[in-house]
Design a protein around this ligand. Sequence first.
Ligand code: S0N
Length: 279
Amino acid sequence: MSEIKWETAKEYEDITYKKFNGVARIAFNRPNVRNAFRPKTTSELLDAFHDAHEDTAIGVVLLSAEGPSTKDGVWSFCSGGDQKARGKEGYVGEDGYHRLNILEVQRLIRFMPKAVICVVPGWAVGGGHSLHVVCDMTLASKEHAIFKQTDADVTSFDGGYGSAYLAKMVGQKKAREIFFLGRNYSAQEAFEMGMVNAVVPHDELEATAYEWAQEVLAKSPISIKMLKFAMNLTDDGMVGQQVFAGEATRLAYMTDEAKEGRNAFLEKRQPNFEKKWIP
Ligand code: S0N
């Protein structure tokens, strides 16, 4: 495997954003608060994910974290919503308004037509745990990753993908245990539950994530996109159908039939579809 030479794509305060060789790496960068997210963090995540979404040179996104904490050397992926940014009405931004924009980040990950791999170097807690759930695949540090749900401890709970989709992933009983008891789970335990794809020695985590990304990049982009949307569809209801069907329409545009429909309208004539009802 050739050397990874990340190049900064854009400077932010709460995250880092780099790209190299078809891969974008978006990483939390508040390690001294276990990478908790505040509204500024989520706004930056939205901006970076939008960029990765639009960049046709990017096929895979790694969602990771910088670290460890300079205070105590502890590694974290993300500890969820910043409890210091929580006001009476929720997580309050610098403009004084409360926001729930981590859910928009989740939706971007979910509907992005590219694979998103979550790279968990340490604590994945609360809303940080939910982010790993919504990513397409998760790789976890063997030594440092710990999975934990504290939502019910702090009355800041994810009733969407973080819980309901987790239950689809690990089963109803296990998901309820995770949320109702709030225990710590090691990378190996998370792997055995089916919510982690691989447990990787910490020193090899980043390189392994990059290798997985390169494997995905070698596949057909349309297939990856359609497979992701197909697997989302059954859990996403009409929105899942809309996302999948949008891609079907895009593919239909490429047929002679679609060109005839467009041309007939522009030329003010009846379309001639040649009536081939191909089964
Ligand atoms: C992560 C934990 C388990 C780590 O424990 P450890 O290693 O003992 O470290 P600590 O000493 O506790 O922490 C070190 C320093 O980091 C600060 N810190 C840690 N987590 C947070 C945090 N989430 N917010 C603010 N600060 C944090 C500590 O204060 C400490 O700082 P210093 O050194 O100054 O004392 C442990 O830290 C832990 O349990 N953390 C809290 C985890 C938590 O409860 N998170 C919130 C859970 N809820 C959500 O995330 C909801 C997500 C959400 O936003 C949402 C969901 C659904 C719908 C809408 C929304 C929405 O957007 O509102």
